[in-house]
Design a protein around this ligand. Structure first.
Ligand code: SF4
Length: 206
């Protein structure tokens, strides 16, 4: 596998790849990422465009009851769990971090509802720190292109981090997500539109 050729071709196919969640502050991004589990970014943006008009700070969310928040995020799915996590995260950020979302992995992982992927997204998108979030798209594309044989998201994260320089991780993450979302789809990938056919392990094995 030639890592640089893959990143170059991903960048050519997805020159505008960026986070598609709308947010104005790191805390709004944290809320949006929690809402995005098992939900499209488009739907999350529809919900947060309204939600953030009234509630946007840790203080705002920490003061809400589940009964108030749940109907506002209902259409994102798993709304009970997500409401719990958002209110718990807001209280933690307010009480333990002075109302500011922390910018280290260790601190982020102490916040309710924040796992490694969510923490990595906040680090790379809100704070532009080197991190490599592995979601379902990054996981699938990594395997199809032979970038990792890892069985868990953390294995894949470690393999990608070894193959690329930290300053490349942000671009790699976003271009892989766009690739998985728009071309290398889970069912019926659009291989005719893909520049990576000669590198692809998946089509060679088909
Ligand atoms: S050739 Fe097809 S399966 Fe391989 S990376 Fe491109 S879209 Fe995905």
């Amino acid at each position: 596998m030639d890592s640089e050729i893959i990143l170059d071709k991903l960048s050519r196919m997805h020159p505008t790849a960026e986070c598609e969640l709308n947010f104005k502050t790191p805390f709004e991004l944290l809320v949006a990422v929690i809402l995005s589990a098992q939900c499209t970014d488009k739907r999350v943006n529809e919900v947060t465009d309204e939600l953030f008009k009234t509630y946007s700070t840790p203080d705002d969310f920490a003061a809400m009851s589940n009964a108030e928040l749940e109907p506002l995020i209902h259409s994102c799915g798993f709304f009970r769990n997500k409401a719990n996590n958002i209110i718990g995260a807001a209280a933690a950020v307010k009480e333990r971090f002075g109302g500011e979302v922390p910018d280290t992995m260790e601190e982020l992982l102490t916040i309710p509802g924040v796992g490694r992927k969510t923490a990595s997204v906040v680090l790379t998108v809100a704070f532009r720190k080197p991190a490599m979030p592995v979601d379902t798209h990054v996981f699938r594309v990594s395997h199809r292109l032979g970038m990792s044989l890892g069985k868990t998201p953390e294995d894949v994260e470690n393999d990608l981090k070894k193959s690329y320089r930290p300053e490349e991780w942000n671009r790699l993450h976003h271009t892989m997500i766009f690739h998985g979302r728009y071309i290398c789809k889970a069912v019926r990938p659009l291989c005719d539109q893909c520049l990576l056919k000669s590198e692809c392990v998946y089509i060679k094995e088909k």
